[in-house]
Design a binder for this molecule. Structure first.
Ligand SMILES: [Mn+2]
Length: 494
């Protein structure tokens, strides 16, 4: 240490000088022999009473701290930022926290995709690559998952894959491709009513069982595409397939959240339901479906879905198809939370319940949600209303706004409520959330921001009821909420 102090002070001390100084410090300051060990407390005492001089220089940097900061870390960061602003962001992020520290295993399947994005020719690596990899025996859950992959997910002729192929033929380009790739896939119109009944019943039952097991408010993580009302528009649904989940459901990287209203108004309610249920069955942890106000029997009887089942499938098969779909609807989750930050539901927030934990307690199944669970009914029906309109309406209805906690009777719909900025703030604060995404109302561009962007409407069926509205979806990724709009006109015309 004495030698180091001399070195920092840059004196021309010889070995002898250093030895002399060290002996002096040991004997006179510490009262020890030159060869003794120095106890730590004794060492600290001589430093603290300043009799052992020079030690502080050993801890000092020979560069000024401001110069150090200026020329090292910060400079390099600004340089990176100037080259590409995304790079500085990525330095901190990489993948999300939830994605870190996972235990991975090798998947047993390699799959081949044809030019339509469909999976063909799955290869079991246990059989084809056994020379390169020694496959160990798996636990029962993994074995079960692999069994599902063999029989359903990567089996091109499994029920859900078959349903998807049949429904893809509503898109003329997909139809040509499917005919070229798999000439044996039948068109829907060429199936007899018993085949259809069998397929619809089976896919609905499997979806029903999955929905029944989900929580009433499902947790979804980004990246996720959020879609609003579809309303029997199979053509638009196939446009999304082409653009945002082109590859088979088993190998997509994103999640997909649908906010309800799959049937009524549009012509292809049954097809939309079967298509979405097939996705749910193939990839239950990727595709999430919330219930909309049209996923209710009494509403479908007033609109078109009930009639659609009868006209398409007749008096014998029609009611069975209708009931099979509705048994699944009765068990659908009501809302979703994305990344612990964004709430998603068909209509929005209910009057009676402010905590998500309470929403979890809503019972299932709900055949008649209007009477069985007002909270569920309101989640499916309520509409947001901005402050000035809300106050005008309250005045008109002669209601004092300080008593109603931000909710007013929904005069436009004749049921449920409007919710204001105040109700939204209470709900978001109570659950530590930031945004609300919902569908339920058609918008000219397919989306609309309300209340300074805290609430967003997304509508994913273009030209709804013969109108001119566009379709949109919302893409949530990398701490950003982006609106996507779709050109839905093109490819369906021959
Ligand atoms: Mn609706």
């Amino acid at each position: 240490m004495t030698a180091d102090i001399f070195a920092v002070r840059q004196t021309d001390a010889t070995e002898k000088d250093i030895d002399k100084d060290a002996t002096f410090r040991m004997e006179s300051l510490l009262k020890l022999k030159k060869t003794d060990k120095v106890p730590f407390s004794a060492f600290m005492t001589v430093i603290a009473n300043l009799s052992f001089r020079g030690t502080s220089v050993l801890l000092r940097s020979n560069v000024k701290i401001l110069d150090f900061i200026k020329y090292s870390r910060v400079t390099s960061k600004t340089d990176v930022g100037r080259i590409n602003p995304l790079m500085t962001k990525k330095q901190y992020r990489g993948t999300c926290l939830a994605c870190k520290r996972k235990v991975y295993r090798l998947s047993i399947f390699s799959v081949r995709m044809d030019y339509t994005g469909r999976i063909i020719d799955p290869k079991n690596l246990k059989e084809t690559d056994k020379k390169d990899i020694k496959w160990t025996k798996e636990d029962p859950a993994t074995e079960q998952f692999r069994q599902f992959a063999v029989e359903t997910l990567f089996n091109p002729s499994s029920l859900p894959n078959n349903i998807l192929d049949i429904l893809r033929q509503f898109d003329s380009i997909q139809k040509k491709r499917i005919n070229a790739a798999s000439p044996n896939v039948k068109e829907l119109s060429k199936l007899d009513s018993d085949q259809i009944l069998n397929a619809v019943q089976l896919i609905c039952k499997r979806a029903e069982d999955l929905f029944a097991k989900e929580t009433r408010c499902v947790r979804v993580s980004s990246p996720v595409y959020v879609l609003g009302d579809i309303h029997g528009n199979i053509a638009d649904l196939l446009t999304y397939e082409r653009n945002i989940w082109r590859t088979a459901p088993g190998v997509t990287t994103c999640n997909y959240l649908f906010l309800g209203d799959y049937v009524d108004r549009g012509e292809y309610g049954v097809e939309v339901v079967c298509y979405l249920f097939a996705l749910k069955v193939l990839a239950p942890e990727r595709f999430f479906l919330c219930r909309g106000n049209h996923e209710v029997r009494s509403i479908q009887k007033c609109f078109t879905f009930y009639k659609e089942c009868f006209t398409k499938y007749g008096n014998r098969v029609g009611p069975v198809v209708f009931e099979a779909c509705n048994r699944a609807f009765d068990r659908m989750p009501l809302c979703a939370i994305i990344d612990d930050n964004i709430y998603g539901a068909h209509g929005g927030i209910p009057t009676s319940v402010t905590k998500i934990d309470e929403l979890m307690k809503i019972p299932t199944p709900l055949q008649e949600p209007e009477t069985e669970s007002p909270a569920a009914w309101e989640i499916m029906w309520n509409d947001p209303m901005n402050s000035s309109e809300f106050h005008d309406l309250a005045e008109f209805m002669k209601v004092k706004t300080d008593k109603i906690r931000g909710f007013l009777t929904n005069s436009k719909r004749g049921t449920a409520f409007y919710y204001s900025d105040e109700a939204v703030d209470n709900f978001l604060k109570a659950n530590n959330l930031q945004y609300i995404l919902r569908g339920h109302e058609v918008m000219p561009l397919g989306y609309k921001f309300h209340m300074n962007g805290k609430v967003m409407t997304v509508f994913s069926s273009s030209r709804y009821c013969g109108g001119t509205n566009e379709a949109a979806s919302i893409f949530v990724d990398n701490e950003e909420i982006r609106v996507l709009r779709f050109e839905t006109r093109g490819e369906l015309k021959e």
